[in-house]
Ligand binder design. Sequence first.
Ligand SMILES: [Zn+2]
Length: 388
Amino acid sequence: MISARRVLGRLAYGSRYDRLPVGQRVYVRPGERFARQVQWRWRLRRTPVLSLEEYAATRELGEIEEFLSCMLCGEPRQQPLFEPRGDKGWHYHVVRCPSCGFLYRNPNVRPERLGDLYSSGYSGFLTGAYAANRQRRYQLTMEAFSPVLDQGEGRRLLDFGSGVGLFLELAEQRGFDACGVDLSPDSVERANARLTRARAYHGAPEDVPEIAAGGFDVITLWSVLAHLPRPLDDFQKFRDLLAPGGVLLILTVNARSLQLKAYGSAWSGFTKNHLMFYSSETLPTLLRRTGFAGVAYAPHYGDTIEAGTARMAGPLQWRLRRAVDATDGGNMMRALAFADEEAITRWGDGLKVHRLRRAGLPPVSSVPPAPSAPAGPRDLTDSSEMAT
Ligand SMILES: [Zn+2]
């Protein structure tokens, strides 16, 4: 199958694009983005929609797993689309909600067993190149939403899932009064070793009095969203922790990625510990239901393109940017969510802000009580986020 695909690619495009990283080819080969979108629509049309009972009868349930209805809209029906597999033997199933289009792993991991995914060796993945690439990615994202993260000027910042403190280090350099939380105790220890004023804590926000008190001007979720098994509870918590005029910054894999449409189960965003996959179509539901007032996006063209270090001819780079813009198909999603109208007024200038509710009105529906999920540690092995 792969060789047949390779032969087709060779017939269509010759060897002209062989030197580009695989993750970039789909954006620049002439006609490919149209073909992939047709292919995607065809996949959705021909894949059956099952009741949850029918679906559950076809899948085995692992010891730490549970079957879910759609977290965002409550729809129980399932459209089974993908079955990602890793070379270390893991595999899982990804379904699409036929009502709202949300992609999620089903069966999913039970929140109380989340720790099993991060049992050991999680902070051991730190080389100089890794840290430099990560920090470059943070800086590019901060620039994309300028000026909110340019200068801290003593504003309070919470990094949720702060890992070994690579972002907290940048935040303290920029003058934020910054702190972080993470589930992995050895990551927290490493973070505090590299930080001077900022501080990382082990546990969930409610376990740390200084954090539970709230009043944050900025909360950041760097590659954490896809790991949250109870996103509504967590986002309700984030909304409560934000001060008036506060913002929530999100970086996660993009479920509308053209690469997902092209590579399906082999998409780089389907990593071992990812649970749910968001896009600009589905994130607004999560934000609206938890009381946020607006959201803005910054398309992701790839770190090397944005940093000006890609080895790609100018016209091809232009074609790549155009393909990302036209399809909302970058491989990552970067979003800035605004807590309230004040936040939109303060930080929304120059951004295209999508309003989620009219000022003064309460959220569309309240969130049912459920056990809260702790902050997931960063996915340090996440190759998708290192790509391009
Ligand atoms: Zn749904």
